[in-house]
Ligand binder design. Structure first.
Ligand SMILES: CC(C)(COP(=O)(O)OP(=O)(O)OC[C@H]1O[C@@H](n2cnc3c(N)ncnc32)[C@H](O)[C@@H]1OP(=O)(O)O)[C@@H](O)C(=O)NCCC(=O)NCCS
Length: 165
């Protein structure tokens, strides 16, 4: 578990699926059914992190990460922090937790995608050390029908920014 001030990040368990579905819906402003989250977490290598506020595992859910590690690569599917707790370092703590779990699982690189219309997430990932390695045109379809490109980002792990950070 990683703790920074009142933020705690730990691996999620099956008991946390309801909390993650709620966090997903609140963070992205679109409903994410519990079953969807459960399905996400079924394939081999998938895992989730849960961030809570208050310094202990029992406190208020604040954010989550869904990811998968296969061999030496981790792919981050989703990162979200509920609006109430945004801009308080939860996202950054979750990204550190992601590096930690990825490194423990044997990953040498982490990949993720971010919309070109999401400057907050782009800034978080840049601050966390990710660099742009590709661009997928028209990747996301937004609610208003607009197509938006995705940037493909990569972080290379080593002993410094992996397990030891
Ligand atoms: C992106 C998101 C996860 C950031 O979480 P957060 O807990 O607010 O992030 P932090 O407080 O740890 O911020 C870390 C850095 O990210 C960047 N950042 C976060 N929110 C930002 C915003 N609204 N505008 C600009 N930069 C922002 C900043 O660089 C910030 O560092 P700073 O506070 O020193 O300036 C959160 O805004 C969110 O859940 N958004 C909706 C869902 C989403 O878009 N997820 C990502 C999909 S790829």
């Amino acid at each position: 578990m990683i703790e920074e001030e009142e933020i705690s990040v730990r691996m999620a368990s099956p008991d946390d699926i309801d909390a993650i579905a709620w966090l997903y819906s609140e963070s992205f402003g679109s409903t994410r059914p519990r079953d969807d989250v459960e399905q996400y977490l079924k394939p081999d290598g998938t895992w989730a992190l849960l961030a809570t506020m208050g310094g202990t595992e029992a406190m208020t859910p604040a954010g989550f990460v869904l990811a998968r590690t296969i061999l030496d690569e981790t792919e981050v599917f989703s990162v979200g922090v509920v609006p109430l707790y945004q801009r308080r370092g939860v996202g950054e703590t979750l990204m550190k937790g992601t590096q930690h779990i990825a490194a423990i699982g044997g990953a040498r690189t982490i990949f993720l995608e971010v919309g070109t219309d999401n400057p907050a997430a782009q800034s978080l990932y840049e601050k966390s050390g990710y660099t742009i390695v590709g661009r997928r045109p028209d990747y996301y379809l937004r609610d208003d029908g607009k197509r938006v490109a995705a940037l493909l980002l990569r972080l290379t792990l080593d002993a410094q920014n992996g397990i030891n950070s």
